[in-house]
Design a protein around this ligand. Structure first.
Ligand SMILES: Nc1nc2c(ncn2[C@@H]2O[C@H](COP(=O)(O)OP(=O)(O)O)[C@@H](O)[C@H]2O)c(=O)[nH]1
Ligand SMILES: [Mg+2]
Length: 366
């Protein structure tokens, strides 16, 4: 289960700058590679200090972190839903992502042209939102009449679908994003998910600020935060240009020093990936053995057999039990044997809800 995030925003707001930060983050730790699949698609590893610390104890052949695919989606402008700019192709790119990273320009710079002539992140956000909403309305309108007709003829599934489509349409007609709509029943939620609406995807607003505002943000980013709050969305402040400079530094120490000067403890890239994980309710369990220490991604709330299935479907089908070590215990006692001796190795059944950072060993038969 690899996470896929798309970076969207108007031209010249700093999307590619952010993408470049991500792509040079590879230098941050030698074992954490980034590779570019296409010029605008990259895979970054999810930063997780726990893997490094466990590896110091286990000395595995390799460390395998979780990965996240990032797509720099350019070409979204006013009228994109009608095919303006690079239009539909890019809306298609967005449809394939799990989460949207919406970059908003929150910096002044006369040398960098703004397509609409002034700096106004709220207006910018609405331009992009509107294009995505129009596309969603198109998706809805192409189905609504048909589903309503089938519902009237007594088809139960069509009835659920028609009510979901209608609820979405009402919100979108008011200029609201689909993600603001809540459904009452699991059936509706399921159908809603299957529509893959663009504005139903979780979003993270990234305020791209000037260097001086890297820590606390500025008046622009404050407005974005207020707007995001009203729709229950998250924001992140990143000084894109500065982070790009930092990413270009050679040593880890130099990078930390630069970050500290800005009043930050962690790079924007790290904060971004972590936010994306929590946005999507994703957590990490770990397997630790001689061959590898590896991070696995699962959705918060999943039980042991489901998590076993992330590794292999046979693990889920033949699940017997899970042996669970808490990360802190592994660090404290140093080896699996010592943890066992201390009576801290948990033997868990099929109802165990896996917790972030759990070191799992699944027992199964096939
Ligand atoms: N002053 C300043 N310039 C920035 C910042 N972020 C990006 N830029 C510059 O703005 C221009 C457009 O950035 P780019 O990332 O290519 O925008 P994109 O069109 O959204 O991909 C480039 O010249 C960047 O160097 C920033 O935080 N501050
Ligand atoms: Mg670009």
């Amino acid at each position: 289960m690899s996470l896929k995030c798309g970076i969207v925003g108007l031209p010249n707001v700093g999307k590619s700058t952010l993408f470049n930060c991500l792509s040079s983050a590879k230098a941050q730790a030698a074992n954490f590679p980034f590779c570019t699949i296409e010029p605008n698609v990259g895979v970054i590893t999810v930063p997780d200090e726990r893997l490094t610390r466990l590896a110091e104890l286990v000395h595995p052949g390799r460390i395998v972190p979780a990965t996240c695919e990032i797509v720099d989606i350019a070409g979204l402008v006013k009228g994109a839903s009608k095919g303006e700019g690079l239009g539909n192709k890019f809306l298609g790119n967005i449809r394939e992502t799990d989460a949207i990273i919406h970059v908003l320009r929150c910096f002044d710079d006369e040398n960098i042209v703004h397509v609409d002539g002034s700096i106004d992140p709220i207006r910018d956000k609405e331009i992009i939102d509107t294009e995505l909403q129009l596309k969603d309305l198109e998706t809805i309108d192409s189905r609504l009449a048909k589903e309503q007709k089938a519902a009237a003829a007594g088809n139960k599934d069509a009835k659920v679908m028609a009510s979901v489509l209608t609820a979405y349409k009402e919100a979108l007609d008011k200029g609201q994003n689909a993600r603001t709509v809540n459904f009452d029943t699991p059936e509706e939620e399921k159908v809603a998910r299957e529509l893959f609406l663009l504005t139903a995807k979780p979003v993270l607003y990234v305020c791209n600020v000037d260097e001086a505002s890297a820590k606390t943000g500025n008046a622009y980013s404050q407005r974005v935060e207020e707007a995001a709050q009203t729709e229950g969305a998250e924001t992140l402040i990143i000084a894109g240009k500065t982070e790009e400079d930092i990413a270009g530094l050679d040593s880890y120490e130099d990078k930390q020093l630069f970050l500290e000067e800005l009043g930050l403890t962690e790079s924007g890239v790290n904060r971004l990936i972590k936010k994306a994980y929590s946005l999507l309710n994703l957590e990490t369990f770990i397997t630790a053995g001689e061959m590898e220490v590896k991070a696995w991604t699962y959705r918060k709330g999943w039980k042991a057999p489901q998590c076993a299935g992330v590794i292999h479907t046979d693990f889920e089908k033949g699940f017997i039990r899970a042996e669970v070590i808490k990360y802190e215990d592994y660090i404290k006692y140093g080896t699996e044997a010592a943890v066992r001796e201390a009576g801290r190795l948990g033997i868990e059944g099929k109802d165990y809800v896996v917790q972030d950072g759990d070191i799992m060993h699944f027992r199964f038969n096939v």
